[in-house]
Design a protein around this ligand. Structure first.
Ligand SMILES: NC(=O)c1ccc[n+]([C@@H]2O[C@H](COP(=O)([O-])OP(=O)(O)OC[C@H]3O[C@@H](n4cnc5c(N)ncnc54)[C@H](O)[C@@H]3O)[C@@H](O)[C@H]2O)c1
Ligand SMILES: [Zn+2]
Ligand SMILES: [Zn+2]
Length: 371
């Protein structure tokens, strides 16, 4: 079938909306009529080339939700009309990592930026004039229809509004899990969240949820600091140095128990600032991404060793997507996790570049395309 999609032809480049050919779902695949797609900063990394895609053109989008419109042959568990939220990470359920309760690290993740099928990276579901068109994370959610693997699909309750639930497929799970799982925030903690976008705002919510006494939101944009304070931050600062000073003033000079880096284009100096802000045996969580070829962190080796500091990377907030997306949604239903308040603006597919401009201009906590 034909469908309209937003893709980048080269990096650096902009999204362009056009028609692509979409193949039939194979076994263990679903045809989805998209309801909503979130504008995560990671898709912008594909457009800028900070994270190069395996193939161009590449359809963007990995935060998505929609309704099953077709089911591949011999594919149990799904029916037409089911509502699904995508996990941006596939989980096969069979590899070492899935078996050990670390679905976010599933071996299928290796093919994620190939643009092809995660379990068969040289085979493409979308084409244009016969040539392959990639799907970001094997999903390509910036499209009216898409075909995805059941490994990425989480069936959700019928009464959920997918234009809100969509956020659990990347931003919410990543941010909330960065605080709850990766920083292991404990009641009474002092936590710094550096960068309040779609990811960081959920680290703020997660830290507050886990019982942090102090949540210090750091962002150069005043609107972001205000939003963070509406959603659980107790303090806000413009710079990490100022945030670190607040943390020390609240902890008898010791520093934050944890600092979570969720800056849009994360650089070594950002990690160093957060690392310097934590106490002895504290944890610095790095969730943000930048230029994928960057190496080196200007941190003090002495502090790492002698203060026994911990540096912890975090992919999807160390969540188990098949369990945690449903957990996030049950917290939302119980009123304990905010989703509606995170969506600053909605867009049509054709307005996608405006959506990313608004993200860069600091106007959005999260922008969402509603189909
Ligand atoms: N690890 C993962 O699993 C994962 C998943 C999704 C996204 N990400 C990455 O997380 C990052 C954040 O994504 P997002 O969608 O929230 O981006 P975003 O652009 O919505 O938010 C980033 C925020 O960082 C702020 N910022 C910029 N410079 C700063 C500084 N020096 N100090 C403090 N704040 C600063 C910006 O003002 C903005 O509010 C991106 O790099 C994205 O690629 C990682
Ligand atoms: Zn994302
Ligand atoms: Zn697996």
């Amino acid at each position: 079938m034909k469908t309209r999609a937003a893709f980048v032809r080269k990096a650096p480049g902009q999204f362009e909306v056009g028609e692509v050919d979409l193949g039939e779902p194979r076994q263990n695949e679903l045809l989805i009529k998209m309801s909503a797609a979130g504008l995560c900063h990671s898709d912008d990394h594909i457009a800028t080339g900070d994270i190069p895609a395996g193939v161009y053109p590449m359809i963007g989008g990995h935060e998505g939700a929609g309704v099953v419109a077709g089911v591949g042959p011999n594919t149990p568990g799904f029916s037409e009309g089911d509502k699904v939220v995508f996990s941006f990470l596939p989980s096969c359920g069979r590899c070492r990592w899935c078996a050990a309760g670390m679905q976010n690290l599933c071996d299928l993740g290796a093919g994620l930026l190939s643009g092809g099928r995660p379990d068969d990276p040289t085979s493409f579901r979308t084409t244009m004039d016969g040539a392959p068109v990639g799907q970001m994370c094997g999903l390509g959610t910036f499209a009216e229809h898409t075909v995805v693997s059941v490994d990425n699909a989480v069936k959700v309750d019928e009464d959920l509004d997918l234009s809100k639930a969509v956020l659990t497929g990347c931003g919410v799970g990543t941010g909330w899990g960065s605080a709850v799982n990766s920083a292991a925030v404990y009641p009474g903690d002092t936590v710094i969240v550096m960068g309040v976008g779609g990811i960081g705002i959920n680290a703020v919510q997660g830290a507050a949820h886990a019982g942090a006494a102090n949540v210090i939101a750091v962002d150069p944009v005043a609107f972001k600091r205000e939003k963070a304070q509406e959603l659980g931050a107790t303090h806000a600062a413009e710079t990490i140095e100022e945030g670190a000073e607040i943390a020390r003033s609240l902890t008898n000079g010791q520093g934050a128990d944890s600092a979570i880096v969720t800056v849009g284009v994360t650089k070594g100096e950002h990690v160093a600032g957060a690392f310097a802000a934590i106490r002895k045996a504290g944890t610095c969580v790095v969730t943000g991404l930048g230029n994928i070829t960057d190496v080196g962190l200007p941190i003090s080796i002495g502090e790492l060793t002698l203060f026994q500091k911990r540096l912890q990377g975090s992919l999807f907030g160390a969540s188990n997507p098949k369990k945690d997306i449903l957990l996030m949604l049950s917290l939302y239903k119980a009123g304990k996790l905010k989703l509606d308040e995170l969506i600053t603006n909605t867009y049509t597919l054709d307005d996608i570049n405006q959506g990313y401009k608004d993200m860069h201009d600091g106007k959005n906590i999260r922008g969402v395309i509603v189909f």
